[in-house]
Write a protein that binds this ligand. Structure first.
Ligand code: CTP
Ligand code: MG
Length: 335
């Protein structure tokens, strides 16, 4: 009987595709906005290069990984040979350079967990955070962008999951819930695990791209234009996938023993990573391996209170997808 209901649910949910896709479309940034972001980056690059000709700027985070919503701030990374100047000094100097032009609210936050310079460009209206030499983030941004090009259902699923997480207030790392980066990794892993799979595991294929960053070798197959038919044998629609994603994290995931790993495309055991007990503040209650910095568990911010909040929200979402008469309204109801 349960299986019959399960199948019925999977068959009946198709009508939800259009409303979900409408939400997805409404979140995608406009071309105009993309152009403005590039303009601002070019302006910043010009100012920075006047002082430091060898320095380079990269966009990372949601504006570069193709999972960014409309009107978001841009994250920029300054790559620079800093010699023996320390980071705080560098950021103060950077703030100084940028202050002198027509940029507003330029501020160096040297004591933040990730030290940055913040600013606002009055011409484009875009706000921007600049960090220094965080090249692992630049490389993982490229990995996410490459995955997004393989099957459009990844972008659709991740936009909907991120929108849900922001609406339900479970996208706040300082409150023990997960970062957007973690949610996108969960979506990629979920699509790697469908049968037939919707996404491949790029780090298990032949290496066509390889860099060494902070002593970590980051290597994978990046000729994704050759993989655009990879997922076509799987016919699942976006409504089925959204429901299955929440159902997986509500009822199927083995929180006690397993780690999700985009790097391998599989589940790993917590034992194999030695993530079985609390060490310092890392509790490993939900384990998401960073694809390159493999000692980093993106779930380490989660504590015994926030894990309950998260799991209850996954259950709520799965329930709404299955039983609510107007799921698109209820699912994203502000918390
Ligand atoms: N990042 C990381 N390790 C983390 C968190 C973030 O390397 N533990 C890097 C990733 O490159 C990520 C970027 O920082 O793309 C920005 O992280 P986050 O703000 O979580 O993601 P965004 O994609 O910018 O999402 P949002 O739209 O919510 O800003
Ligand atoms: Mg961001």
């Amino acid at each position: 009987r349960t299986y019959k209901r399960f199948m019925q649910c999977r068959l009946d949910i198709g009508w939800l595709c259009n409303p979900l896709l409408a939400i997805y479309e409404s979140l995608i940034p406009t071309e105009e906005e993309k152009v403005k972001q590039k303009q601002l980056l070019a302006l910043l690059e010009k100012l920075v290069n006047k002082e430091w000709p060898e320095a380079r700027l990269y966009i990372y985070g949601s504006c570069g990984n193709s999972f960014g919503v409309r009107n978001s701030d841009i994250d920029v990374c300054l790559e620079i040979q800093s010699g023996d100047i320390d980071k705080s000094e560098l950021l103060l100097k950077l703030a100084d350079i940028l202050q002198s032009d027509n940029l507003q609210d330029v501020k160096a936050l040297t004591r933040a967990r990730v030290p940055i310079v913040k600013l606002m460009d009055p011409v484009t209206g875009i706000s921007c955070d600049i960090c220094v030499n965080n090249m692992l983030a630049v490389v993982n941004t490229k990995l996410l962008r490459d995955y997004a090009q393989i099957d459009v259902r990844l972008r659709q699923l991740a936009y909907i999951v991120k929108h849900w997480a922001k609406s339900r207030a479970v996208n706040e790392t300082y409150q023990g819930t997960l970062s957007s980066y973690a949610y996108v990794l969960m979506c990629i892993h979920f699509l790697q695990q469908r049968r037939p799979p919707i996404l491949p595991c790029l780090q298990e294929l032949d290496t066509t791209y390889s860099v060494i960053v902070d002593d970590v070798r980051c290597a994978y197959f990046d000729q994704v234009e050759k993989l655009i038919n990879f997922g076509t044998r799987n016919k699942e629609n976006i409504a089925q996938l959204v429901w299955s994603f929440f159902h997986y994290w509500a009822y199927q995931h083995d929180y006690t023993n397993t780690v999700i790993s985009v790097r391998t495309g599989h589940l790993l055991s917590k034992q194999s990573k030695d993530w079985t007990r609390r060490i310092g503040n890392d509790r490993h209650l939900i384990c998401i391996e960073d694809p390159f910095d493999t000692s980093h568990d993106l779930g380490r911010v989660v504590d015994k209170f926030s894990i309950r909040v998260l799991r209850e929200e996954f259950e709520r979402a799965a329930h709404i997808m299955q039983h609510d008469p107007n799921p698109c309204a209820t699912l994203f109801e502000p918390f």
